[in-house]
Design a binder for this molecule. Sequence first.
Ligand code: PAF
Length: 286
Amino acid sequence: MNAPAIARTIADLRAHVGAWRAAGERVALVPTMGALHAGHIALTQHMRAQSPRVIVSIFVNPTQFAPNEDFSKYPRTFEADVEKLTAAGVDLVYAPSPEEMYPQGFTTTISLAGPAHADLEDRFRPTHFAGVATIVAKLFTQAAPDVAIFGQKDYQQLAVIARMTRDLDLPVEVIGIETVRESDGLALSSRNVYLSAGHRALAPMLHATMQTCALRIAAGDEFDAVLDAGRIAITKAGFTLDYLELRDGDNLGAPAGAKKLRLLLAARIGATRLIDNIDVPLPRRA
Ligand code: PAF
């Protein structure tokens, strides 16, 4: 396999994309912050199957981290990432510097409402989605892809990006794909490397608890009682629970009357914060 080209500047990125466009080729973008795992590779494979040209961006975006978060220690594994992307047959890695993305004097931030204010991640990370939306909008205008893909593990992020893309008329198709999991159910995440062996052994109970809740909801049990039982189980296992919430899967609003249900959680153990979510079948009517 040929190693992907590496673009460090917007001009270099645009030169590659321009040549592909001139040849009439469809271009796909997989935005990442690096520390790539099988979930990211699944995103690239999904894009590879439908687009002749696949770009993976690697940029640990400072504006989506609050001062108390893990920006400086976020895993950075560029060489290993490029090896994985070579094996995955990616055409181009776009890895700009912070100065390329946020040159001196940069002051613009996208202001969000709707799914960005769903009282989920935003309750605990109030500045996070403005940083995500701003960097994703910049990546979209820089790379001008036909399509971009994101994992459903960051379900609220996906909703925010889909809404922002529609609202700003950005000509990019936004796709979300199913979360990739370890065999014991733990959702793949670049932050899983922070887990101690003991915490790693406990972590799959989060997915197992969500599945139990989903089964009970589908069977017709009362939402609040199910969520309370789930919250107690997670807390008893040693996690600090930020939230376990059932929401309308389309707009992250209240679940009553929704056509699609989604169960979402964030929980902390040691210094690691884990998020996850699953689809919940609609309750069977009595
Ligand atoms: O999901 C991520 O890795 C990041 O939030 C993203 C979408 C690449 C923006 O920095």
